[in-house]
Ligand binder design. Sequence first.
Ligand code: SF4
Ligand code: SF4
Length: 180
Amino acid sequence: MYSISQKIKWATIRIFYYINVAMMTLTGGLFIYVVAPYTSYMFFNDLAFWKYLKYYPGLIRQLYRIIAFWLFDPKYRGMYAQPLTSPPSSGPDRNKIKLSAEWQKEENDCGNCINCCIKIKCPLIDHDRNLCLSYNTVYWRYFSCGCYPVSQQQIDYYDCPKWEIEEKRLDINRVFLKLG
Ligand code: SF4
Ligand code: SF4
């Protein structure tokens, strides 16, 4: 079980992030430059923001793209409901999600696949190396990337060849549905 102080810390980090997102949305993205070191730390784990200013226009575009997904894509909207007090994560919940039988690489290796990242046109993809520029940062661990995938819906949406839902869990859910 997690302590109250841990939950307060996780919720505070998320709420502060959402406040910043709201300010960015309301200022047409300009607020990202007001809080440039914060943004740099969140997305690149580095307070030296001047090294990452070239990514800021892409992050602003991505903000409005994600808002559009939320507004106009019910499939996308239905996939994300992250509790404020949930712990940050660096991988899916292995009680619920397992590697696909066809997956030949290691658990922490996506090979050359970047399906989930290109589906949302993420500006944090390093296209030369097919890597995530934000890997394991605060943003990555506290929001959707670190805990991906959380459901079959997400796996299908991103056409992910690596993960699948643990069958045992599906069977239990079916039993509950039958009982319900
Ligand atoms: S894993 Fe990295 S590149 Fe992919 S969507 Fe998340 S932040 Fe973007
Ligand atoms: S879609 Fe799956 S295999 Fe491809 S990059 Fe995303 S998590 Fe990795």
